[in-house]
Design a protein around this ligand. Sequence first.
Ligand code: ADP
Ligand code: MG
Length: 385
Amino acid sequence: MSEAVVAEQFKELYGVEPEGVWAAPGRVNLIGEHTDYNDGFVMPFALPHTTIAAVSRREDGVLRLHSSDVEGGVIELELSALAPESDRGWTAYAAGVVWALREAGHTEITGADIHLASTVPAGAGLSSSAALEVVVALALNDLFDLGLKGWQLARLCQRAENVYVGAPTGIMDQTASACCEHGHALFLDTRDLSQKQIPFDLAAEGMRLLVVDTQVKHSHSEGEYGKRRAGCEKGAALLGVDALRDVAYDELDAALSRLDDEEEVRRLVRHVVTEDQRVEKVISLLESGQPRAIGPVLVEGHVSLRDDFRISCPELDLVVDTALTAGALGARMTGGGFGGSAIVLVEEADADTVTKAVEEAFAAAGFTAPRVFAAVPSAGARRVL
Ligand code: ADP
Ligand code: MG
């Protein structure tokens, strides 16, 4: 899907050339899982897969939306009628961004025609929703000259998703899509939103990072997310801290001994505190030029999510176990859990063998065939035409 094709489609739909074309990527999280609602650390990188938007301004208070990726024609909305949770369809993700920008005082947005097309797989834990939000936000920021920075756009996109769509998500996805850079992972401190670009140029190092989309989503995942979140908040309250991020790694044993009667909370606390520590370990390994050494840290992260946080599933465990047996440097589930995707770090020369081993193991177990692709750390949101 090229930007020129998306511009051409815009012209066919709306009868004129778009004023511009923008792209925003999906993401995978390298390390730092279920830390974002504990004020902790995350480390996503952008995928080469993007959502592209061709956009023009309007002056009549009308928002027209179209996506190549869903059935149905152009949807026309009045800006004055946009309201949280008024829309249960895909258009809420785009309309929510317009609503959030105008709510934040950017009433110079007087309408727009938008056409979208995406290569980010939807619902695979690769954040197609954030890609859609961020591409719309960036296009409007440029066209209406709002002067907002990437992290500010990310905040407003999160507000769109939390309040307008009604999905309780953290700040990682939108920040990754807005702020990542090619050849880098993005360290994000979710407490103060400070960021740092960490070199992660896999191709230059002769490695690959495979994303294995298991194509499963277990139905209880949303309720389980809420339970984990509540358990973490309970842990912070019992330990007398604002958030689990405030429990230092060195003080973990002492903290756990204070939670003797709370077996489940203990496990959640142990995951979050050790996971923040793993993010710091991965940063120091990458910054000191030891990218292969992050493999075992990824595996520790998986074990912690599987045994302490208890959000893995047979498909994700099978990816990790099979990949490691077939010679991968490291592997772990990524995202919310109970399905979605796993990541596998491999030497370039082993990529095909490991992929084949995972595909065969899925067939032997009677699971749906997984989608496997190599993910090159790519650029964040940008104007492309
Ligand atoms: P994820 O972000 O992991 O892909 P979500 O459930 O958060 O999964 O978001 C997926 C939803 O976002 C889709 O169901 C759809 O409503 C919307 N969406 C994402 N990409 C597009 C697109 N290209 N066109 C239309 N809607 C999209
Ligand atoms: Mg999403």
